[in-house]
Design a binder for this molecule. Structure first.
Ligand code: GUN
Length: 281
């Protein structure tokens, strides 16, 4: 069997076009949806990410402000900026790019963002809302994975989903979203003794570890759906995911490529969250 691709670029294009229509409607009513992105320091990967986020906003007709600060910015100064943006009516979403310099407490900064503007879905209030099934902003990467499953008409009810990885940003919220859709969910992580034992039983596998070849063909049940959140480099410096794509695509029924899979969906869901924040007003 050769798996069909779940094309994150094509799905993103469609969802971003929907965002653009919603943004235009709001703008007509005098509300231009606005996202503020804060970058502290010079992390090269973060610089690329925030540039892409700001450009995606502009392309969809959202207003976006990029605030760049030196790595010497103090925690108090950053908290003051977040506070100002919390109170700025032209800003509907606030994103503080992680990682922050070591002298700044990530958790304290995220918790200082108003949950009404927490478009990353990282605030404890957003995570808690997801846990109890209440409305709130969903973390963008797992939210994007759910949209990808929805796009192929996949019904998760009663299916066994295995999530590899337990980060607060991907693994844990992913598991909660799958559970919310009535899947039976297993979370595997670095202390799981026999990962393959679990993944071989899975109808859906989400790999979110940040390590190459975490999932190989022998670990996948024929016909399973495989979502690859990983973003790594191979020996030739080429972008690759956590999944051995060449092998697994011969066993799975659907698979997300890297690049062009989950990656573009993360920014797309940030736009969706931002437009929702503006519409909720
Ligand atoms: N750093 C890497 N990914 C992300 C993300 O999705 N949001 C934020 N705020 N920082 C990140």
């Amino acid at each position: 069997m050769t798996a069909q691709l779940i094309d994150g670029n094509a799905l993103s294009k469609q969802l971003r076009a929907e965002v653009a229509v919603r943004a235009a409607k709001l703008t007509e009513k005098g509300i231009t949806p606005g996202l503020a992105v804060i970058l502290v320091g010079e992390n090269p990967a973060s610089q690329v990410y925030v540039r892409n986020k700001v450009k995606a906003c502009q392309d969809a007709g959202l207003h976006s402000v990029l605030e760049k600060y030196p790595a010497t910015m103090t925690e108090a100064e950053l908290l003051a900026r977040v506070d100002a943006l919390n109170n700025d009516p032209s800003i509907h979403g606030i994103l503080v790019q992680l990682p922050l310099p070591k002298h700044i407490d990530d958790h304290k900064v995220i918790e200082s963002i108003s949950p009404l503007k927490d478009v990353d879905g990282f605030h404890v209030a957003s995570a808690g809302a997801l846990l109890v099934g209440e409305p709130g902003f969903k973390a963008c990467t797992p939210f994007g994975c759910m949209k990808m499953l929805e796009s192929i008409g996949y019904d998760l009810r009663g299916k066994h989903a295995v999530v590899i990885g337990r980060s607060n940003i991907v693994g844990k919220p992913m598991a909660m979203m799958l559970l919310q859709s009535s899947a039976t969910v297993t979370i595997c992580h670095s202390a799981t003794p026999d990962l393959a034992y679990h993944t071989r039983q899975a109808d859906v596998v989400v790999a979110a570890v940040g390590k190459r070849n975490v999932l190989t063909a022998d670990m996948v049940k024929p016909g399973a759906v495989v979502i690859d959140v990983g973003m790594n480099r191979d020996d030739d410096g080429k972008l690759c995911g956590d999944v051995d794509f060449a092998g697994v695509k011969e066993v799975a029924s659907w698979i997300t490529p890297v690049p062009g899979g989950v990656g573009p969906m993360t920014i797309t869901m940030l736009l969706v969250n931002t437009i929702e924040a503006a519409e909720r007003l």
